[in-house]
Ligand binder design. Sequence first.
Ligand code: HEC
Length: 180
Amino acid sequence: MTRKLIVLTLISTSLSGSIHLSTAADESTASGSDGRASPVFGVTLPAGYRDWQFISVAHEAGNNNDIRGILGNDIAMKAIKEGTLPFPDGSIIVRLAYEYVSSDRNNAIFGREQSFVAGAPTNVQLEVKDSKRYASTGGWGYGQFENGRANPSLKIINSCFACHAKLPASADLVFTTYSR
Ligand code: HEC
């Protein structure tokens, strides 16, 4: 009786071990070892995103010290303009961040330091709504890209939902609101 139990335990341990291994392998394929897709979510940069519509801007001081433009695809724009949240499946919001720099050229014309502009691009972050595929993270999948390549860091990708989830449920995990 005891021996049977031990054998069973051994079998189930090795089974779950192998299931685990193959899941990990699938995930690394899904996350695109070629750098196109984000880890965990498999989010890629959508074609034409740079030409999407303007939602708002933001400036982050602190470590990032950047300035950002937030754009949305047509599905996201309709929802955010009309305030009909939660966002429908297919919504994508992209946020383009740039170094926040003082413009010597513009300041020379003003005669004092008052012009701050976008410098070199730092990174692009994306939120993609797919309530089935991303059910465990409130329906949103995340990605961060530098120079068009997905950042492979699990620590970074797992921070996205953790922080956005601190918003009240009515925000549907999105901080930015539409600037008229
Ligand atoms: C510590 C909190 C925090 C973390 C971690 C974080 N974000 Fe955000 N995110 C914010 C805040 C606050 C804003 C809005 C203001 C701003 O841009 O500073 C924002 C804005 C955004 C936006 C613009 C749309 C919106 O929701 O307002 C996107 C897209 C975005 N984040 C994606 C990501 C991705 C992808 C990650 C992970 C790689 C991530 N964020 C990690 C706090 C966070």
